[in-house]
Design a protein around this ligand. Structure first.
Ligand code: NIG
Ligand code: FE
Length: 385
């Protein structure tokens, strides 16, 4: 972005009218009509790469079975692991491209994307290679290594043994092939404890990866405090986090990344305490958590959930979906803002005010998307694919 402002500001700054500049053919005019222009959404927590579907679990959840219940019975993450192991790299790539198209058409221009459904050295590498092979798509993908997403069946009852593999050979291969910017871990009762998580995070940081974590989603393991201690860029979920842990995160500059699609999909009545976090001055991001349990590609819906269930104001939610996400990736100057020097990632929403985005939910308000200065969505449809 070179300049943002009114016609008058433009004339003052450049000494000519926008029409003069346009007539030289250096610029192209995109008419936003009566719509609103916002920075593209930065969806900073997704599990983009997976095969298969889990629609049957919707009925299990309606019968009152819990998420951890379904996981322990070999469903949940583990059923997606089976499908993802069976899929080839080309097939996974096609799947990811389709999802990125949908995300782009809903106004997302940057996506953080985790591995975590392979859970063997080769299958984790396969998934990360796919995530690194999406450069031709307009959506920018930031890859995260999440080998510590679940304990695979081969290591049932031995999370420590599996963690040795993840923090050892698996991490070494990921780093030596340069496949990830971030390392993540699902720190949760019945998955990986704080000690195992810390061990992985320390090794990953030592090898130059930055850190983001899944913490305190169901049980408060004091994961927020761990995220602060480890200097994570982002700590995600935080449903059950305690005040002291959140305060430590705030002190350490860890972004609170909230995923309201997850309690929605789990039919949970409780949502993360966004109001408390904002009122204590924390930087908050919101993301889809796109995964087979919470299949949401649409950040507009996440903005709406954040207002209706986490008491965020519309402009707070829109900020969290753009600049908040960018800050959780330490890309705050470059992404998530409309300002000189930032990437030209813009979305034209067909709404009279931004407040209409959470208010009129369930419809796609995106008219146009401009990615790095190029029009890639028009009339709500992806161009040139
Ligand atoms: O962020 N909590 C762990 N991982 C995902 C869910 C993954 C799955 O259910 O397949 C999450 O919610
Ligand atoms: Fe997640």
């Amino acid at each position: 972005v070179e300049f943002v402002g009114t016609r008058l500001d433009f004339e003052k700054r450049f000494g000519e009218t926008p029409e003069d500049a346009l007539s030289r053919g250096e610029y192209e005019r995109v008419d936003a009509g009566m719509g609103c222009v916002l920075p593209g959404f930065v969806d900073s927590h997704t599990h983009l790469v997976f095969a298969g579907t889990r629609e049957r679990e919707l009925e299990m959840k309606l019968e009152g079975r819990s998420y951890m219940d379904i996981l322990e019975a070999g469903g949940g993450i583990l059923s997606t692991v089976r499908a993802t192991r069976e899929a080839g790299g080309d097939e996974l790539k096609e799947i990811c491209l389709g999802r990125l198209d949908a995300m782009l058409e809903h106004g997302t221009t940057t996506v953080e994307a985790k591995s975590g459904y392979g859970l063997t050295v080769e299958d984790e590498l396969k998934c990360l290679r796919v995530l690194n092979d999406l450069e031709d798509h307009p959506v920018r993908v930031i890859p995260t290594f999440l080998g510590a997403h679940a304990v695979p069946p081969e290591y049932k009852g031995d999370p420590g043994g599996y963690m040795e593999l993840v923090a050892g050979e698996m991490l070494d291969r990921v780093v030596s092939e340069g496949l990830a910017r971030y390392c993540d871990v699902f720190c949760e009762e019945g998955v990986f404890d704080v000690e195992q998580s810390t061990h992985l995070l320390e090794r990953a940081a030592g090898k130059g990866l930055s850190l983001r974590v899944h913490v305190d989603e169901f049980v408060d393991l004091d994961g927020a405090a761990m995220a602060a201690r480890m200097g994570c860029h982002s700590a995600d979920h935080l449903h059950s986090s305690n005040d002291a842990g959140l305060a430590a995160m705030n002190e350490a500059g860890v972004v609170a990344n909230l995923l309201p699609g997850t309690p929605y999909a789990l039919m949970d009545k409780e949502y993360p305490r966004a109001r408390h976090m904002l009122d204590t001055g924390m930087e908050v991001a919101i993301s889809t958590d796109l995964n087979p349990n919470c299949w949401c590609e649409n950040m507009q819906f996440v903005v709406s959930l954040s207002c209706h269930y986490m008491a965020m104001k519309p402009m707070e939610a829109l900020r969290a979906a753009t600049l908040g996400g960018a800050r959780s990736l330490r890309m705050g100057g470059e992404l998530g803002v409309l300002a000189p020097g930032a990437a030209a990632d813009l979305v034209v929403f067909d709404v009279p005010t931004p407040h209409h985005i959470p208010y009129m939910f369930g419809r796609n308000h995106v008219d146009k998307v401009i990615k790095d200065g190029t029009l890639v969505v028009d009339g709500g449809k992806r161009l040139g694919r």
